[in-house]
Design a protein around this ligand. Structure first.
Ligand code: ATP
Ligand code: MG
Ligand code: MG
Ligand code: MG
Length: 475
């Protein structure tokens, strides 16, 4: 249809092609050569060195659809999944860039033209924010575009402000950054939440759709801002959030792509209520897990591999909550591949491997999930209403039952409980000491040797070695 996610991707690229942009492919979720970053968390990551002036491209304008992951590092939305209408672990970011070419005026004009001219979003539903000192951006919105002052909000770097919005965008603690202007869509007064810059902005009424960053600095480790060789533009728009608007639904989970994933999850888990939160989490997590494996990460106990393992186990626990006692998660892959394979041919190409890696992890966790949940119930009963799970119990769930501590915390949160994280860390440290004294090294992945062999020729293991500290192979 005219508003399918597939159509939106191509409309976006076509629009920026017509404005002289070169269309580039999505980079993998694992950044090629950047130890400061766990995952590609936005479209600009693959252009970092171009902003810094360390790399030249044959073009000065680019656009793409970038697969992103926000499940670790500076940008981490894992704990929002299932709780907000708009956050995923894995999502797709539509982006356009200027490398020392056009700047604020064109960036703002074209964003507005695409949203209100091509996609026909009603202007009166749109609000914008600008960095508090950016009078130039304010004037462009006000004088050039004609947005009334009551729908232009000035926002600072949020230090001390009673809201979380931040109009100074940074990729990570160091690296390219700059002031930004953001476009929000008002889903209507029947939904809770205030406008950006208000104390209740975190609701889902005013949803941020597009961030236009005016890249001007390289943040150093000591915090100082060094000007970039030339001012650049870096924009990012969430495909799923835009699709929700164009498909006249409120949450990302109601769009075409997610409805198809949720339908499959409902079938596999025998769940009738398609608004069930667990189905939404499973639909979110299959994308993150499948694409992480496509991009060379395998479940392990450290680094990126452990992020993957944690997301898989969260999904499996949601399946368990729906009453599933057999491996099911890997059966989502074929559906996902059919839905996203056109946009990302890497996925169908690696499909068999993704299925196998997920199935192996499902079988491994199945051995302890059931008894771990029983232990959790006992511990929770002892903790009482609004109580705290002791660190030692969280550690036992981790060590004996393979419950990553964030999984335990997530289950606890659902029941109004908390986890003694300091106590957990202390127990963890004690185990490390014991292991060191015994000359063993703690952690490390255990993967079937043939699976590792299957991966090696493609160079996949290289990524994992980056911060996983080596992969242990069991024959
Ligand atoms: P929010 O304030 O809603 O958490 P953000 O300010 O963290 O979003 P940016 O870093 O500005 O997001 O990223 C650019 C765009 O990417 C956002 O405007 C939004 O459309 C989209 N986006 C960001 N995080 C997510 C996510 N977790 N899931 C889906 N889309 C996202
Ligand atoms: Mg965010
Ligand atoms: Mg924001
Ligand atoms: Mg933002």
């Amino acid at each position: 249809s005219k508003t399918s996610t597939q159509q939106i991707r191509s409309d976006f690229l076509e629009f920026f092609r017509s404005k002289g942009h070169t269309i580039v492919p999505s980079a993998p979720l694992v950044p090629g050569n950047d130890p400061t970053l766990l995952f590609t968390n936005s479209g600009m990551v693959q252009f970092k060195d171009v902003f810094l002036g360390a790399e030249k491209r044959s073009y000065v304008r680019a656009a793409d659809v970038q697969r992103c992951l926000r499940a670790g590092g500076k940008h981490n939305d894992l704990d929002s999944v299932g709780y907000t209408a708009r956050h995923h672990t894995f999502f797709e970011m539509l982006g356009n860039w200027s490398f020392g070419d056009y700047f604020k005026k064109e960036a703002i004009e074209w964003a507005w033209e695409l949203l209100t001219g091509v996609w026909k979003l009603p202007a009166e539903r749109l609000l914008v924010t600008v960095y508090h000192t950016d009078d130039e951006a304010y004037a462009l919105w006000h004088d050039l575009i004609g947005i009334p002052p009551e729908r232009i909000v000035r926002i600072g770097d949020n230090k001390g402000a009673p809201y979380a919005s931040d109009n100074f965008w940074q990729m990570a603690d160091t690296g390219p950054c700059g002031p930004c202007t953001e476009i929000f869509y008002d889903h209507g007064a029947h939904i809770a939440g205030g406008p950006p810059g208000s104390p209740d902005e975190d609701g889902d009424r005013f949803i941020e759709i597009w961030n236009l960053v005016f890249m001007q600095f390289d943040r150093q480790a000591d915090g100082t801002l060094v000007p970039l060789p030339a001012p650049c533009v870096d924009t990012g728009m969430g495909l799923e959030r835009l699709a929700a608007i164009l498909q006249h639904v409120h949450t990302n989970y109601e769009i075409d792509l997610f409805q198809a994933l949720i339908a499959k999850a409902a079938e596999l888990t025998g769940t009738a209520d398609t608004e069930n939160k667990s189905l939404r989490v499973i639909a979110d997590h299959i994308r993150a897990c499948a694409f992480l494996i496509v991009d060379g990460v395998l479940p392990s106990n450290e680094g990126r591999g452990y992020v993957l393992r944690r997301i898989i186990r969260r999904a499996l626990r949601h399946g368990w909550m729906l009453g599933v006692r057999q491996p099911f998660f890997h059966k989502m892959v074929a559906t996902l591949s059919a839905l996203m394979g056109d946009a990302y041919p890497e996925l169908p190409a690696a499909q068999a491997l993704v299925v196998r890696a997920l199935q192996a992890e499902e079988e491994r966790f199945a051995e302890t999930l059931d008894s771990g949940m029983r232990i959790f119930d006992e511990v929770a009963a002892r903790a009482g209403a609004a109580g705290t799970i002791p660190g030692a119990d969280a550690f036992r769930l981790y060590d004996t039952y393979g419950f990553p501590v964030d999984l335990t915390a997530d289950i606890a949160r659902e029941r109004g409980l908390s986890v003694d994280m300091a106590g957990f860390e202390a127990a963890m440290e004690q185990q490390r000491e014991t292991a060191r004294a015994a000359g063993k090294f703690a952690g490390g992945a255990t993967l079937p040797a043939d699976l590792v062999a299957q991966l090696s020729p493609t160079g996949f293991l290289g990524y994992d070695h980056l911060d996983a500290g080596g992969l242990q192979v069991v024959a």
